[in-house]
Design a binder for this molecule. Structure first.
Ligand SMILES: Cc1cc2nc3c(=O)[nH]c(=O)nc-3n(C[C@H](O)[C@H](O)[C@H](O)COP(=O)(O)O)c2cc1C
Length: 355
């Protein structure tokens, strides 16, 4: 017998992708998600860039862009929350349709274009949530520049000032393939200048949330190495690998495979793992990494941890597997760690590089 959540998932899968996502979010914010279960898996508990994570699994940026369902997302059982991408001013994003499910490929293509309610409203919602639940999970805000901004670096500074006091960490998304300003900071000098300005803004803001840089998987090796050097020299606290890809593997079967935008889900799994391995080797494991891309099981999450991730996030897997996936991943991950003789997850991070 299917649970109410499995049945709801089946129904949602027959709606256009963005409409279904809207319903799912409304359900979560109305408390219709799975019931919260206590985190009783100390093997998954770790401290990372100054924050404590009861487990390493988070829902990735783009799922709750407007912070309308933080409480519901908390109940999915993850160890942290990331809302956004948020831009300083509200933004409509690209025309619909702009989100496509590639069901035979367990994938999605999106060209949302940072549709969001803008920093002021999102910050109000985050503040309201924190007033109700002060001991909330570690909370990240994913930041992006407005598409039409004449000074995208200033947008990031404004966002740090706005969200610094309410966020545990701030993600600088410099890897979005879907807007005018989405990738301007993949240019090394531009990134270096941006990070210097952001560090200065954070130092004078009076709050000190951790900074996370999120990169795209489509970078050439030398380009990636150069960006990683800049990011580590600037003292960025962690690196998120990775955003969606503009590549289209020939294995894709869906009729939507050639839609414009960023591809996520299963076809991104190996690509993002390869990037994770490279960056772990480049940084010698000194910078915490958040592994994202194509996770649909505890075994997938374990692969990323062994490749070098301290934390993992997922989005597209939730669309296909449903909201109970996070609980399953945690349970299976704990079993895999025990099977391999680890007392705590931190011992397994990057273990394949030591084998
Ligand atoms: C509809 C959609 C919207 C997204 N929006 C954002 C965003 O605003 N900011 C961001 O950094 N990543 C965004 N992402 C990328 C995800 O956070 C994640 O990096 C990517 O989907 C790979 O993970 P997955 O394969 O588990 O989905 C979005 C992804 C999707 C599918």
């Amino acid at each position: 017998m299917g649970s109410i959540h499995q049945i709801a998932n089946l129904v949602l899968r027959h709606l256009p992708a963005e409409t279904a996502h809207g319903f799912a979010l409304r359900g979560l914010s109305a408390g219709l998600g799975p019931r919260e279960r206590p985190d009783d898996l100390p093997i998954l508990d770790q401290s990372c860039f100054g924050l404590r994570f009861a487990n390493p699994v988070g829902v990735s940026a783009g799922f709750d862009k407007n912070a309308v369902a933080i409480a519901g997302m908390t109940k999915l059982g993850g160890g942290f929350i990331e809302v956004g991408g948020v831009t300083p001013l509200p933004q409509a994003g690209n025309p619909r349709p702009r989100l496509f499910r590639l069901t035979p490929d367990k994938a999605a293509i999106n060209r949302m274009g940072f549709n969001n309610d803008g920093a002021e409203i999102v910050r109000e919602r985050v503040s309201d949530h924190l007033a109700r639940e002060p001991a909330s999970l570690p909370l990240g805000i994913n930041m992006a520049a407005n598409a039409a901004s004449p000074d995208p670096a200033q947008d990031f500074i404004d966002l740090i000032t706005c969200f610094g006091p309410v966020a545990d960490y701030l993600t600088i998304d410099v890897s979005c393939p879907n807007t005018e300003n989405g990738q301007v900071f993949l240019e090394p000098t531009a990134l270096e200048n941006l990070l210097a300005r952001l560090n200065a803004a954070r130092d004078t803001s009076g709050s000190r949330p951790a900074l996370v840089a999120k990169l795209a998987p489509d970078l050439e090796d030398t380009h990636l190495t150069e960006l990683i050097e800049i990011i580590t020299a600037a003292g960025v606290d962690a690196i998120n690998l990775c955003n969606t890809t503009t590549k289209r593997p020939t294995s894709l079967k869906s009729r939507h495979a050639q839609e414009r935008g960023g591809l996520s889900g299963t076809p991104l799994f190996e690509m993002s793992n390869a990037m994770l391995r490279k960056v772990y080797r480049n940084t010698g494991g000194r910078v915490p990494l958040i592994g994202v891309g194509g996770i649909t099981s505890g075994a997938d999450a374990y692969t990323k941890i062994c490749a070098g991730a301290n934390l993992v996030q997922l989005y597209t897997g939730l669309v296909f597997e449903g909201p109970s996936l996070i609980q399953r991943i945690k349970h299976d991950l704990a079993e895999l760690l025990k099977r391999d003789g680890y007392a705590n997850i931190t011992e397994a991070v990057g273990c394949e590089h030591r084998a």
